[in-house]
Write a protein of this length. Structure first.
Lengths: 293, 440
């Protein structure tokens, strides 16, 4: 009787899950496996019957090509430039925003607002801020009697410019998560530390920071994955240029697949990127497990 | 009881969601309006295009209604796309889904890709057929434009639609102040651009967008025009050829101007903005961008237009704009109707009307007398039409768009990263050659 009932409940559960499961299957899982398949072909996008099976030669071509290594360097430049700075700045701001002061709500809103804006539209606004001849940033540099730079037009400054935009855009999310993490820390622990004569720094370093580890880890993982996959801001701000300086691995993937229609090659790159992201995430999880309280 | 009802509602919702997801998944295979077979009765042809706004849209609508009134059994439905990038993606996706439109606007290298995969049909049998073109009519096409319809295999795969080429826009008031006239040669141009350059006035000669391999831009097309005026080639004897002595000469001109502060880099049509803001003296762009330049200038000064200056080997220019191709996965009746329609668009009356409405160039020589009054009041159109004889499109080879993009990278590297000219050009040429090889 109960077995029947459980089975019925299970059946109903599967039934309710089926729409989203089906969507997930059709639009995420199946295409993912299809990518594995395409990666083994010299794929003809226009006429699939003209595709040729080439085994792993897309992978060997990819590993031999300087553009892959160049794009991975650009990717890690972006990750290292945006993730650690973004996390520490967000933590610092979150700590400040935890203290009550006048206009706190407004300031919180100010930091969070960029996150809810669409990347495409705000990056077009930033494109004008970055404009070397007519933009606000160079006007500020000029006003401060500092040398003006080419921002997104310069191979040297394009990546820092994209990082600056990305920090502005994602900061709000990180701050909110840190603030949520900070509220879960019982205030008694801080009080005890202060009674024992801990300075503000000691309290942060020995109480807050260790207890915040799960939050920090979550933010790190989410930000790293986000940065590894970042695409839209590169598409709108730099198109991978100038001179390839902002062609990250995910931009290269788009370029190869949907601009040059090197579909098989791009599929191989997608698989490689998947492996890299999965491996990095695994490492971060491992590190966390050994350090988390 | 209550729970039961809730469950029922949920089940109904689940079923509805399931149905919805199936419909969504099925959407990709819904037939285009044009592909349903219509043998015997009226024929519908679909046209994938980007003429979605302003006079371009109204002029195309007008031509279609004229055509439909002459051919009562043919109906033309438009499949408008916002820009060429999206148009290409939609056409490629439609071909991949085995459900293409009947006809579509194509650039030469898209056509080369489509032809290679059998996605479009050669038009030679139609041209020679009873509804085709006489030798006299063929001779009436602007020769460079007629040649543009062929791929390297010698077959004609397209008919011309919206063609344009590069012209030089300049601030005539400023030119007068500098005591100069419109430059006739690139050396004159360099002198004028440097004369206009002043740190105190925050002014310079020209702003260009070199673009990237993902999206080649006007700076690269200008570079190709200068290269050709110096006697160089983008592509010769089946190989990339822009890293020649003429290529070096061309890049040196850009480098010297940049070092002198007379040339600046930007993105998003920066030439228009800088000319309009009275910062730069020139803008080099296609004649089709005239309305945009006019808007940027906004009557702040006297805007004038001249042909591109000439180089050591004469004039050089790059033909822009698209042609129309017929997709292969369509019925014979649709192909015949499509042929009649695209042929109709190229006839002198229609191309003259199209040119006067949109600012694109007339593609037939005999259209010029039909639009004499217009050319008298729009002298820049005559300048651009005359330049067509020097204008060649990007070579119609698969992968050429990507190959050309590396020129933009070379410009950026020479100008901003101090890479030696020959080295930058050689590296770009080798990447470009690879791009062509991998597109074969």
């Amino acid at each position: 009787m109960t077995g029947k009932r459980t089975r019925l409940e299970a059946f109903q559960a599967y039934l309710y899950l089926s729409p989203s499961a089906l969507i997930f299957l059709a639009f995420t899982l199946l295409p993912a496996f299809y990518v594995l398949y395409i990666g083994l072909f010299n794929w003809n996008f226009l006429n699939t019957s003209m595709s040729k099976f080439v085994g792993f030669s897309n992978y060997t071509a990819l590993l031999k090509s300087p553009e892959l290594w160049h794009s991975l360097i650009a990717t890690f430049y972006f990750v290292l430039g945006s993730v650690p700075v973004g996390i520490f700045a967000a933590l610092f701001i979150a700590l400040l925003l935890m203290r009550p002061f006048r206009g706190l709500g407004l300031v919180r809103l100010m930091f969070f607002a960029p996150y809810v804006t669409p990347v495409v539209s705000t990056s077009i606004v930033w494109l004008w801020l970055f404009n070397p001849q007519f933009g606000l940033f160079n006007a500020i540099l000029h006003f401060l009697h500092l040398p003006q730079i080419g921002w997104v037009q310069s191979a040297r400054w394009a990546m820092p410019s994209v990082i600056l935009y990305t920090l502005w855009h994602t900061m709000g999310f990180n701050i909110i998560i840190f603030m949520a993490g900070l509220t879960t820390i019982p205030s008694e622990l801080g009080e005890v530390a202060r009674i024992d004569g801990a300075s503000a720094w000691q309290e942060f370093w020995h109480v807050t920071w260790p207890l915040l580890t799960p939050t920090t880890l979550f933010v790190t993982v989410i930000n790293t994955i986000g940065a590894l996959q970042a695409f839209t801001q590169f598409f709108t701000l730099t198109n991978g240029g100038p001179a390839g300086s902002t062609t990250t691995a995910s931009f290269l993937l788009f370029q190869q697949a949907f601009v040059f229609y090197h579909t098989g090659y791009a599929a191989a790159l997608a698989v490689l990127l998947f492996i890299i992201i999965a491996a990095l995430t695994l490492v971060q999880m491992r590190v966390s497990r050994s350090e988390a309280y | 009881m209550k729970i039961n009802r809730k469950l029922k509602t949920l089940s109904a919702f689940a079923a509805a969601a399931l149905a919805l997801s199936l419909t969504v998944a099925g959407c990709g295979t819904a037939p285009n309006p044009g592909t349903t077979a219509n043998s015997g009765g009226p024929v519908t042809i679909s046209f994938a295009e980007t003429m979605v706004s302003g006079t371009q849209k109204s002029a195309l609508d007008h031509l279609i209604s004229q055509f439909e009134s002459k051919h009562s059994n043919i109906k033309v439905t438009l499949m408008p796309e916002p820009n060429y990038g999206v148009l290409q993606q939609k056409e490629v996706a439609a071909v991949a889904a085995k459900n293409p439109p009947t006809i579509g606007q194509v650039y030469e290298d898209w056509a080369a890709d489509f032809a290679k995969s059998g996605a479009i049909i050669p038009l030679d049998s139609y041209i020679k057929g009873k509804d085709g073109f006489s030798p006299k009519e063929i001779a009436d096409f602007v020769p460079t434009i007629w040649k543009d319809q062929q791929l390297p295999d010698g077959k004609t795969w397209m008919l011309p639609f919206n063609k344009s080429d590069f012209v030089m826009y300049y601030n005539a008031d400023k030119m007068k102040q500098l005591n100069k006239t419109a430059p006739q040669t690139w050396n004159d141009f360099a002198t004028a651009a440097q004369a206009a350059t002043s740190g105190a006035n925050n002014s310079w000669g020209l702003t260009i967008d070199p673009g990237t391999p993902t999206a080649p831009a006007n700076g690269t097309y200008l570079w190709i025009s200068v290269l050709r005026s110096n006697g160089g080639h983008l592509y010769a004897n089946g190989k990339i050829a822009f890293n020649s002595a003429q290529g070096v000469q061309t890049m040196q001109l850009f480098k010297d101007l940049y070092s002198a502060g007379a040339l600046k880099l930007g993105s998003n049509y920066p030439g228009e903005t800088a000319l309009g803001a009275q910062r730069s003296l020139f803008d080099m762009s296609t004649v089709a961008s005239y309305p945009y330049v006019l808007h940027a200038v906004n009557k702040k000064f006297n805007l004038k237009i001249a042909a591109l200056p000439s180089g050591s080997a004469g004039q050089g220019n790059i033909m822009q704009g698209t042609n129309i191709a017929i997709f292969s996965r369509t019925t014979a009746a649709q192909k015949q109707a499509a042929w009649q329609f695209i042929k109709f668009l190229t006839e002198p009356q229609q191309t003259a009307y199209w040119a006067q409405q949109t600012g694109y160039l007339p593609i037939r020589t005999s259209a010029l007398p039909l639009m004499k009054a217009y050319l008298d009041s729009h002298p820049y159109q005559k300048i651009a039409a005359d330049s067509l004889q020097y204008a060649k499109a990007q070579p119609p080879v698969p992968g050429m768009q990507q190959a050309v993009g590396y020129i933009g990278d070379a410009i950026t590297r020479v100008l901003t990263q101090k890479v030696p000219v020959q080295q930058a050009l050689d590296q770009a040429a080798s990447k470009a050659q690879q791009a062509l090889a991998s597109a074969q």
